[in-house]
Design a protein around this ligand. Sequence first.
Ligand SMILES: Cc1cc2nc3c(=O)[nH]c(=O)nc-3n(C[C@H](O)[C@H](O)[C@H](O)COP(=O)(O)OP(=O)(O)OC[C@H]3O[C@@H](n4cnc5c(N)ncnc54)[C@H](O)[C@@H]3O)c2cc1C
Length: 283
Amino acid sequence: MRPSPFSYARPATLAEALQETARGAVPLAGGQSLIAAMRQRETSPAALVDLQHVDELAAELHWREHSLAIGARVTHATLLRDERVAATFPWLAQAVRALGDVQVRQRGTTVGNVCWADPRANMLVALSASDAVVVLQAPGQSGLQRIPIADFITGFRQTAAGTGIVLAIEVPRAAAVGAYLEFSRQRQDLALVNVCVVRQVGSARIVVGGLGERPVRLSHAETLLGARPLSAGLSANELDGLFDGLALDPPPDIYAPPRYRQQLARELLARTLKTLTEAAPHG
Ligand SMILES: Cc1cc2nc3c(=O)[nH]c(=O)nc-3n(C[C@H](O)[C@H](O)[C@H](O)COP(=O)(O)OP(=O)(O)OC[C@H]3O[C@@H](n4cnc5c(N)ncnc54)[C@H](O)[C@@H]3O)c2cc1C
């Protein structure tokens, strides 16, 4: 299907891009989600503003002392190419490796993946487990807003961006271990369920995609794991109990009923924890 008619602007500066978004234009990054949805008429924006030629939006990764900044024009392929990503954040490398195909990774951006706010999106789930922060520039405001990623996602494919443009996503660098796993019907599909666990001594973050309208945190499991050494996981009983009574509000697809998603989440979490505990030094 063809998209509904829309106007298209290709500014060279951030100020011009923000003028467009202030007038209601929707940001276009790699187009790997937005254009597909427009062709399906799932969304019909009247105006697009293409960010690809705005040099102020970084296309390279910036490694800082305490964080990694993923700029708005950084593609999945750029993330995958950087060996420091696999060394510092192996769970991000696992998530990006499982995303789409070469073409999608070449054009699609990590920021676009988060801004699309699909609760099964690989990078959204992995960055949520990384405690990442979204850096947003709103039109007409001189300062930047820094929004924790969990607060940035407000619903199924909804964010707190408003008419703003996300400049970057910042990932804190900490002495952490982590792993990402997903189950999809076939390679390149969005996951039915995906799980990312990031552990430090004394704390853990567990994020599951595909169970709710937004990625879901398993806070009880986080508390249990936070009190244990990195070499200890969760018992079978504890894993079963995590999902009892959990309110499920999965994305509207026809492929997996809630009960099946719950079973997938339990199994993926068990496997993720097994990988991490086996790799941890015992003592
Ligand atoms: C064949 C195929 C397979 C795929 N497989 C997967 C998969 O396995 N896992 C997965 O997670 N995804 C998958 N995707 C989806 C896709 O790869 C990502 O969601 C995509 O990378 C989004 O990035 P983009 O740059 O293309 O964003 P776009 O499609 O251009 O934009 C997505 C959304 O983000 C907004 N946006 C983008 N940049 C900004 C910004 N700087 N500030 C504010 N808003 C912004 C746009 O307005 C839009 O709402 C697949 C897509 C295809 C076509």
